[in-house]
Design a protein around this ligand. Structure first.
Ligand code: GLC
Length: 474
């Protein structure tokens, strides 16, 4: 079986969030299970020279973008056993950053069209094209409208994975013909709520739609979570599947992570105390082994639950013997709030604004608890990293958080869970966690259970393979 994984970011080449983590590890996990999998992504300016030096130039072709004819260079690089194609067009991709340009619709229409156009030139005719998020959502629509009947393109099945339904690629009607290159007769495929919606087109045309946790697959059929796509997902629920993500357990291993001052594992946790003390020192917090240290590593945006934190953080800091370490950047109101709190309670909370992967590792490794009170969370990977690094998660029961963290109230689970999106429910869960931390023996058992959870790609990769096989049979 041959799978072409089309994606707009992938670690270690370039990444802005969890999508990059998934694309950086799922294709290799598929290959380990003897599934031919290659990946294709844009050759962005931000991809380092080190990788460029290792690439081979295959050929160049011309790609139609509505009435335009655009150059597309095809480069190849083998990384971690996976052949990756990088599609070059400097007009679209020689820019700062990955997304957020005025012509993103055209940039990703180009990329999506190019993924299909390169097939005759790469000596790899896929059985499955696996697309991810709105940036590659036009591929299923292009395939079914323009390629399915063409020689050399027969019998390809398309899968679309939704990593976050909030970002859909929504544009005005003029994008339909002038940019995406569809005719008026195709408007109904892409139209949602009076807009051209790339993700809607993908949902409509893909043979299967997946999302990154079973709970989120249910949630996105509900208007509260779906950002306007609930009706179409309800109509197409027969092809919707929820498959929980995994994480790269080799790149994220507390027994080997070069960012940590000491190493540890579920079997030998001694190094964790060293990591905690060093983290407290690095952040200027009092170095104390006995105080529970709560970590947060996140984009500082409201759907991650920061309005709850803003509401009760001061109450927590004033009433409990606790320390908090925050790393992230995002909305101005939260950045200001945390900076003010750190200035007011320097012995209790430390904040670093930015994206600092090594410090993120040290927070996972050095904290006792990890707070993730998301309003919605398609899968969430941080709670999985936290579990692996022995930082017991406190989460709201939504999406992948619900599917990966179970409350330890019954002496079985691996964390602390609250149901309703309510600041005092969150505070109550944090207090339960602090209470749990005070019971040293009970805590050691809970932390070991947390660290022993297995979120490696094995199970998820097998579920994707089962789905691919089902599509090829049908
Ligand atoms: C998005 C989601 C996140 C998920 C990641 C990978 O970033 O917001 O919950 O873990 O994609 O699928």
């Amino acid at each position: 079986m041959k799978v072409l994984f089309a994606v707009s970011e992938a670690k270690p080449f370039i990444a802005s969030g969890g999508l990059g983590d998934v694309a950086g590890s799922l294709p290799a996990a598929l290959r380990k299970r003897l599934i031919g999998c290659r990946m294709v992504l844009p050759l962005y300016e931000g991809i380092s020279q080190k990788f460029r030096d290792e690439m081979t130039f295959l050929t160049h072709i011309t790609v139609p973008v509505s009435w335009r004819r655009q150059y597309c260079g095809i480069f190849e690089l083998k990384y971690n056993g996976v052949i990756c194609y990088f599609l070059d067009n400097q007009y679209y991709f020689k820019r700062q950053g990955i997304y957020g340009h005025y012509d993103d619709a055209e940039r990703f229409a180009f990329f999506s069209r190019a993924v299909l156009e390169i097939i005759p030139y790469i000596d790899f005719k896929p059985d499955i094209i696996h697309c991810n998020d709105w940036q590659t959502s036009l591929i299923p629509a292009y395939y079914s409208r323009f390629y399915a009947g063409r020689e050399g393109f027969e019998n390809i099945k398309t899968v679309l994975t939704i990593h976050n339904i909030q970002y859909q690629g929504k544009y005005g009607h003029e994008v339909l013909g002038d940019v995406a290159g569809f005719g008026e007769e195709d408007y109904s495929l892409l139209e949602n709520d009076g807009c051209v919606n790339f993700m809607k087109g993908g949902i409509e045309c893909a043979n299967a739609v997946t999302t990154v946790s079973p709970t989120y697959a249910q949630e996105i059929m509900d208007p509260w979570y779906a950002y306007g796509l609930d009706s179409i997902l309800n109509e197409r629920r027969w092809k919707l599947h929820g498959i929980l993500n995994g994480i790269d357990t080799v790149a994220n291993d507390p027994a080997a992570d070069p960012a940590l001052p000491a190493h540890f594992s579920a079997e030998d946790q001694a190094g964790k105390a060293v990591c905690k003390a060093q983290l407290q020192q690095e952040l200027g917090l009092p170095v104390r082994a006995d105080v529970p240290l709560i970590g947060m590593v996140s984009r500082l945006v409201s759907h991650k639950g920061f309005d709850l934190v803003q509401c009760v953080l001061e109450e927590l800091l004033c009433t409990e013997d606790v320390q908090v370490a925050v790393l992230g950047s995002g909305e101005w109101q939260y950045e200001t709030f945390f900076s003010e709190m750190a200035a007011k309670y320097p012995d209790k909370i430390a904040v670093r604004l930015g994206f600092i992967p090594a410090l993120a590792s040290r927070i996972y490794g050095g904290s006792d608890l990890f707070l993730m009170p998301s309003k919605s969370e398609p899968c969430g990977l941080s709670q999985m990293f936290a579990l692996r690094y022995g930082s017991v998660p406190i989460v709201r029961a939504t999406g992948g958080l619900r599917d990966s963290v179970q409350d330890s109230g019954d002496n079985k689970g691996n964390g602390f869970v609250f149901e309703d999106y309510n600041a005092h429910e969150m505070l109550h869960a944090i207090r339960r966690a602090i209470g749990g931390y005070a019971d040293k023996e009970g805590w050691a058992v809970l932390r070991t259970r947390a660290m022993e959870c297995d979120f490696s790609w094995g199970r998820s990769a097998n579920e994707y393979i089962r789905l691919y096989k089902q599509l090829l049979k049908g």
